[in-house]
Each structure stands twice: as C-alpha cells, then as structure tokens.
Design a protein around this ligand. Structure first.
Ligand code: CDP
Length: 242
C-alpha cells in the first residue's frame, strides 16, 4: 500500500505522515529531506556552510570534489548536481529523537533544516538531474513495502498509481506560525513577516518550475488544515484508509 501526501511548505505533511506511519506501522519517507541533503552538499562544496567539519566525508574522493567545484564555478550547476547525486548516498534511521537523515554515514539532520538550505532548496530541486535521481531512489525505497511518502510530486510523478493521495493546504499565516515554531525548536529566530515572505517565494518556485511542479493530482483528496489540529488531520486521513 502506498500513501502519497503532497502539499506546500508548512502544510503539516511530515508531522501528520509520521503519525500515520507509526500508527499503521508503515515506512515513512520525507522526500523533502532528500532534496535538502543534495542542497546541503552543493552549498558545502562551495564553502557556504559554516560550522560543519565533515565536508570531505560528504564527497570523499578529492578528484570528484574538484570536478564538482569546477562545474559550479563554470556555472554548469546541472553537471555539478548530477555528480553530487551520483556520489552521495542518502539514508534515514529511526532514533529516540526522531528520524535522522544521513549523507554517507554523517548525520546531517539539523544542518539540512537551516535557513540557508531552506532558501536554496527550491532552486536545487528545479533541476531535472536532481529530480530524476531522487525519484528513482524513492521508487526503489518503496519496493515491496507499505509506505507513506510526503513531498510535492508524490501523487503526480513518483507514484501516480498510489492507493491513496492526499493534498494538504493551509493559509500562509497558519503555515508561517507552524514554521516559526519548528525554527525555534532548532534554535533559529526569524520574524513572522520574513517567514511569510520565504514561504510565498518557495511556493511560487515550487509551483511554477518546469519539472514536476507542485500541483494537486486529479484523484487526490484535498484537506484544508486551517483550524484543524494534527490529530484531526491524521484521523481524517485514517478514515480514508479504512
Ligand atoms: O518541510 P518543508 O515543507 O519546508 O519542505 P520540504 O518538504 O523539506 O521540502 C523542501 C523543498 O524540497 C521544497 O520546497 C521543494 O522545493 C523540494 N521538494 C520537491 O521539489 N519535491 C519533493 N517531493 C519534496 C521536496
């Protein structure tokens, strides 16, 4: 059984998908974390991420690192990103403090949630090379298992035949409030206005890109989550599954 959950930034996808996965004992995959991991590596190769000491472990081969950097300097980002995707290995692991994201064997869970990564991820996610690679990884992960996967293109591109497709929406104000809470959990303080502006910018980039834009699949069930608690959204989705 495959459950696809799509929606814009802050619509509550990952929180609700995690709850459903644990209630049904399904595998949960956060595809946004995969796009964030590629973005983090791309930024780190350019020395744009402070306070991270494992750069060489992300791409251990010095020659490949040099090649990626030279493609970036030549503004051939598609080639650089293609090389990054072919070289790194992204994986997830359950831990007491939640699901951790790894690049090779390095825990990058907190780094990939930084504002710098958030500001750059929609750009990186617009490249066909990145999307083709990650979509094929996502399909491999789902083989032969019950899974709930969240993202932007799960019901439209990754699993057009998913058993259930959910499309979550919420107003920008509600989403910004939720995002402010997430960020303060990571120790980052950003103003409400700034978060609203960032969300709108990302929504725009995600919905207007050429490759797999964020859009509701025709057969998806749309749930407006304004005014609904996470548990209410979860119960609604469970009622469709049942
Ligand atoms: O958690 P949040 O809503 O901030 O976003 P996310 O799920 O972590 O996704 C980060 C970004 O990755 C999105 O804004 C998209 O640009 C991209 N993404 C995508 O293009 N396709 C997906 N299936 C998942 C994420």
């Amino acid at each position: 059984m495959i459950i696809a959950v799509d929606g814009s930034a802050g619509s509550g996808k990952s929180t609700v998908a995690k709850l459903i996965a644990s209630e049904l004992d399904y595998l949960y995959i956060d595809t946004g974390a995969m796009y964030r991991a590629v973005t983090f590596t791309w930024l780190k190769i350019q020395e744009l991420v402070p306070n991270f000491n494992f750069k060489d472990k992300l791409i251990p081969d010095k020659e490949i690192r040099r090649k990626i950097l030279s493609e970036i300097l030549g503004k051939h980002h598609e080639k650089a990103l293609d090389l990054i995707c072919q070289t790194i290995s992204i994986s997830f692991e359950n831990s007491d403090s939640g699901i951790k994201t790894f690049i090779n064997d390095i825990d990058v869970s907190d780094y990939i949630r930084s504002t710098l990564v958030t500001q750059n991820v929609s750009h990186v996610a617009s490249y066909k090379e990145v999307r083709d690679y990650l979509v094929s990884e996502q399909r491999k992960i789902a083989e032969g298992t019950n899974i709930i996967m969240d993202g932007r293109d799960i019901g439209t591109v990754v699993f057009p035949n998913a058993n259930l497709k959910i499309f979550l929406t919420a107003s920008v104000e509600v989403r910004a409030k939720r995002r402010m809470q997430d960020l303060s959990n990571y120790g980052e303080e950003t103003s409400f206005e700034e978060i609203c502006a960032q969300l709108k910018r990302r929504d725009h980039l995600d919905s207007t890109r050429e490759e797999s834009p964020l859009t509701k699949a025709e057969d998806a069930v749309e749930i407006d989550t304004d005014g609904l608690s996470i548990v209410e959204v979860k119960d609604k989705i469970l009622s469709f599954i049942n």
